[in-house]
Structure formats: structure tokens, C-alpha cells
Design a protein around this ligand. Structure first.
Ligand code: MN
Length: 569
């Protein structure tokens, strides 16, 4: 039996690490079966007994029941976390199992590296016992055991010598000397409940009648082609801006450029800026509409056009993943984003997410991303030409936006190895491999995710120190990204003095009709972010998206049509 620490904080860390490792071993062959579940709960009950029988260090003595409740809570939390992996999207040539196993390994590592070497190995052997408990060792289990063991350092802790290529991080000395403030999420009530025609006119579903669909889809292809023309002309004027830049501060302050698939702008210290940022929308059109109106985007653009010197320069930054999961993908979020871009080319930054990825196989358009509800929604229609147009559009969408010391991107940083091989200054943000990896990665709790673990899956993890190193390289202090379902809508994932990472998720809502009833996105409180930049101060002000107003037929033509249809039948 595993003997636990006397120090409550350490004991809890041990329980967490052991629980997660046991769960990981249980899930590695596919599912947690009742026998495995009982086994783990028995172990946790034993540990609760052990902790209760200890002489307490403080005057407060917790009972066996208290510990039991605490341990089971930890178990339930981790279990639901692991079950969430099963609904994550994965990439081409990759099975869900591979992605999940990679995440389980990373999860074990995250918790184990906080413990001493001796404890790490003790816990892994505890987990090995579970593996033998059903009398049969699944090949996945054996491989998993070997791989987790191999990741554990034998003598030094991982962060002291595991990854050689990462230099020690000195604090970044910022010439711009900007200050960064992050405020707490707030409510941002709609000043007036309005329904601008500009958005309303785009709220219609493709017809299921072949002739009508053919006409609609030709018009849609034309709109897509127009936006592509627009991007091409922006690229033509911004071409080469990144060529010799190693940092944004080498650029002259002023306008925003699009060089290849990277927007870059060094804000003018004499001017003020306001950015409205949205994370993943995943077909939640009501979230997009609500956020624009809550932040008074249209009104502020008008104000700035009328008085450019005395009002903030306003931008909308969309972090990608417009499609899939929710109900209004192509007809909702994509069409609206394109309309916004066409109307306000200087104010709208539409980045590509990993879901915006279609490929042509012969005459067919397919996607390597699973699941792919948007593509499925056109099944049965003659949609090949339209899908090809989406495919071309996705390939041309920008992938990152550098705004002073802030980098906006869908996923995160590239793999350590690709970075070492391909990085040649800021122009490398246009490097295909790097840009692709930055659409897929996720931050994790360790300092550095080993290279071999990063290589296993498209959706790989990176660590805090790897992040700091990357940010130091590009001289940025803030990364704002989406990609990850965070239930609170916005999370400050890394908060170090020299570099912060903020995850923003704008799809969700317990009662949001834009999402299927069973979607686990409903657990998310969708959030949008206002970023104010003025006099060297950057302020991040997240607000809760009021999707409910725009679920109402009166303010959303999608629901108006649905109601009319329901009345007819
Ligand atoms: Mn994503």
C-alpha cells in the first residue's frame, strides 16, 4: 500500500497524481469499465482511511468521510475531463485513441513531475497493479506503461535537464514598456436591443430544393471569390513587410499590413485602439451577433470614421473555428464573417482555425477534421463547387495577427523541433509547417513537453517554458488564442511576468439553441474580449456574451424562419 505524506498539501498532490494515473491506465484500452472504476475507488477509500488515521498537523481533524468525499471529487473531475477528450476534434490520419493516449500521457506527466522521483515511480507501479487487476494486460496498457515510465526522469527533475535546447529564461526587457491589465469578466448589457439590417439580410439557410440551392450557392461562391480578391490585394500591398523583421518593434508604427497569411501592426503610441476579440464560434451565430452589438462595434466604427483622431481605431479579431458543432456554420458564422470582412476590410481580422481545413480528393471535397458537422449538413445537395470555394477560402485565410506585443493565433506555439529547424525571424510565421502547428497546439501544465510526445499527434501540447522561450524570440508578452473549450469562457492559462497566455472561447451557453441539446459546449459560459490599448497600457476586459437575446425570432431571422415553418406544419 502506498504510504502518503504527512503534509496535507503534498498528500493532496499525491492523491491527484495517483488518481489520474490510475484513470489513465484504465482508459488506455478504450473505456473505464466498472471493475476498473471500483478498483480505483477502493484505492481512494484506502487512502482516505490512511489520512484520517494520521495525527493531524493542524487542530482541525478531518474525518474519513471528509477525505473520501474529497478523493471522489478529484476522481469525478478527472474522469469527466478524460471523457471530454473523446469529443475533441482530431486530425487526418489520426485516430481518436492516439490523441487520447497522448493526452493521458501528458496528464500523467503534468501531475507526476510535481512529486519526487521516488514517488513518481511508486505511483506508476501502483498503476501497473491496476493493469494486472483484470488478469489480462492489454497491449495498449503495456505500451502505455513503458512510455510513461520512459518519460519520467531517473534522477533529476525534468525541468532541470530533460530538455537541453531551452535556455534559461531571463525576463524580457520591453522597450515599449507596456503595462498589461486583465480585468474580471463582466456583464455588458445591450444599450438597445437592435437588429441591424446588415446582419439580418445574411440570416438565411441554404435551400434543400436543388434548383434554389444551385442559384444560392452560385451567389455564395461569388461572395467568397470577392473576399479572396480582397485578401489578395491586401497581401499585395503588405508583401515583404515581415522579410527582415525579427520583432514587431522593428516595424514603423502605423497601419496594419497583411504579409502572406500574417497580419502585423505596431500601434502608434500617440493613438488609441480598441479590439473586439472572439474565440471559437463553432456555428454559434447568436454569440457572434450578440458580441458585436454588446460591444457596439458598428457604432464605434462609424464614430471613428467620422473623427479618426479623437476616437479609438476599432478592430474585430476572429480567432478561427467558425464551423462544426453548432447549427449555423456556413450560413451563419462564415457568411457573417465574410460579409464583415468585405464591408470593413481594414477593421476585420478573420483568422483560420483547425476546423477550416478542407482538401480535394479527385472531384470530392473532404475534411481531415473529425467530427465535421458543417460538411455533413450539405450532404444530399450538389454542393461540390461551393465546397471547393470554401476549401480555397480556408487555404487563403490568414493564420496569425501580431499587434505590438500581442500575438493572436488559433492554437498556440509550434513544436520545439520545427521551431529549431525552420525559424528565421517573423517571416517564418508564414512557414507552412509552423503555421499549421500553431492552429493545433494546446498549452499544458508542465514546463516542457518532451519532443517525442509532441511528435505523436497533430493536436500536441507545449509547456510553460517552451511558451516563454517562443514569446521571447518574437518579443511578445501576450498570446490570445482559442481552440480549447474552457468552461469559464476565458482563462489566463499562463500568467508569468514576462509572458501571458489567454484562452478565449466564444461558443457555448446552457440554453443556447444554436447548439444541439446534448453538446458539451453548453457547459461553457461564452465570453468575448475587449482589448483597449492606449499610452502604453493594454487592458483586457472580457464580457459574457448575451446569446439569449439573439436566440429570439425577433432578433434573429434564422429563428424567425424556424418559427414560421413550425407554424405552417
Ligand atoms: Mn480549434
Amino acid at each position: 500500500m502506498f504510504v502518503m505524506s504527512d503534509i496535507p498539501v503534498s498528500a493532496e498532490q499525491e492523491v491527484r497524481a495517483l488518481t489520474y494515473c490510475l484513470l489513465a491506465f484504465a482508459y488506455v484500452d478504450g473505456a473505464l469499465d466498472p471493475r476498473e472504476r471500483n478498483y480505483i475507488l477502493d484505492v481512494l477509500a484506502g487512502l482516505a482511511e490512511q489520512r484520517a488515521n494520521r495525527t493531524p498537523l493542524s487542530a482541525l481533524k478531518a474525518t474519513r468521510e471528509d477525505f473520501l468525499a474529497q478523493h471522489f471529487r478529484i476522481f469525478e473531475d478527472y474522469d469527466s475531463g478524460v471523457r471530454d477528450y473523446f469529443s475533441e476534434s482530431v486530425s487526418e490520419g489520426e485516430t481518436h485513441a492516439a490523441f487520447i493516449i497522448n493526452r493521458l500521457k501528458l496528464g500523467c506527466l503534468q501531475l507526476l513531475v510535481q512529486l519526487t522521483c521516488e514517488l513518481q515511480h511508486l505511483i506508476v507501479s501502483e498503476a501497473e497493479r491496476l493493469m494486472h487487476a483484470d488478469g489480462f494486460v492489454h497491449p495498449n496498457e503495456a505500451a502505455f506503461f513503458a512510455e510513461v515510465s520512459a518519460l519520467l526522469p531517473t534522477e533529476v527533475k525534468l525541468d532541470e535537464g530533460g530538455i537541453e535546447s531551452i535556455e534559461s529564461i531571463e525576463s524580457i526587457e520591453s522597450i515599449e514598456a507596456t503595462e498589461l491589465r486583465i480585468s474580471k469578466p463582466r456583464e455588458l448589457p445591450l444599450k438597445n436591443r437592435e437588429n441591424p439590417l446588415f446582419l439580418r439580410n445574411n440570416e438565411w439557410e441554404f435551400s434543400r430544393v436543388p434548383d434554389a440551392f444551385a442559384t444560392e450557392s452560385e451567389a455564395e461562391i461569388q461572395r467568397i471569390t470577392n473576399v479572396q480578391g480582397l485578401l489578395t490585394s491586401l497581401q499585395a500591398s503588405g508583401s515583404g513587410v515581415l522579410a527582415n523583421l525579427s520583432q514587431v518593434r522593428d516595424l514603423e508604427a502605423g497601419p496594419r499590413w497583411l504579409d502572406g497569411r500574417v497580419y502585423v501592426q505596431r500601434p502608434d503610441p500617440k493613438r488609441s485602439y480598441e479590439l473586439l476579440v472572439l474565440g471559437d464560434l463553432h456555428g454559434c451565430y447568436s454569440c457572434l451577433k450578440a458580441a458585436l452589438l454588446q460591444a457596439e462595434f458598428f457604432e464605434k466604427v462609424r464614430r471613428h470614421a467620422a473623427a479618426p483622431d479623437s476616437t479609438p481605431e476599432v478592430s474585430l479579431v476572429l480567432l478561427g473555428d467558425y464551423i462544426d458543432r453548432g447549427r449555423f456554420s456556413f450560413s451563419g458564422t462564415v457568411r457573417a464573417a465574410l460579409a464583415l470582412l468585405a464591408r470593413y476590410p481594414g477593421q476585420v481580422v478573420m483568422l483560420r482555425g483547425n476546423h477550416e481545413h478542407y482538401i480535394q480528393i479527385g472531384e470530392r471535397t473532404v475534411t481531415p477534421v473529425r467530427p465535421c458537422e458543417a460538411l455533413d449538413s450539405l450532404a444530399g445537395l450538389d454542393a461540390e463547387r461551393l465546397l471547393k470555394a470554401y476549401c480555397r477560402l480556408f487555404e487563403n485565410l490568414p493564420t496569425s495577427f501580431l499587434f505590438g506585443e500581442t500575438l493572436f493565433v488559433h492554437g498556440g506555439i509550434p513544436r520545439e523541433e520545427t521551431l529549431a529547424k525552420n525559424w528565421q525571424g517573423l517571416k517564418s510565421l508564414n512557414d507552412q509547417s509552423l503555421a499549421f502547428e500553431m492552429m493545433w497546439s494546446d498549452p499544458s501544465d508542465v514546463d516542457a513537453v518532451p519532443r517525442e510526445l509532441q511528435k505523436e499527434v497533430a493536436r500536441f501540447g507545449f509547456g510553460r517554458r517552451q511558451f516563454q522561450q517562443f514569446m521571447k524570440t518574437i518579443d511578445c508578452r501576450l498570446m490570445v488564442r482559442g481552440h480549447e473549450r474552457v468552461v469559464e469562457g476565458m482563462r489566463v492559462t499562463y500568467d508569468t511576468p514576462d509572458a501571458k497566455l489567454v484562452t478565449l472561447f466564444s461558443a457555448g451557453g446552457r440554453e443556447n439553441q444554436d447548439l444541439p441539446g446534448k453538446s458539451n459546449y453548453r457547459a461553457v459560459t461564452p465570453m468575448a474580449l475587449q482589448m483597449f490599448h492606449e499610452n502604453g497600457v493594454t487592458e483586457l476586459a472580457p464580457f459574457v456574451i448575451d446569446y439569449k437575446t439573439y436566440n429570439e425570432p425577433e432578433f434573429n431571422a434564422f429563428y424567425e424562419a424556424e418559427m414560421a415553418n413550425a407554424a405552417r406544419t
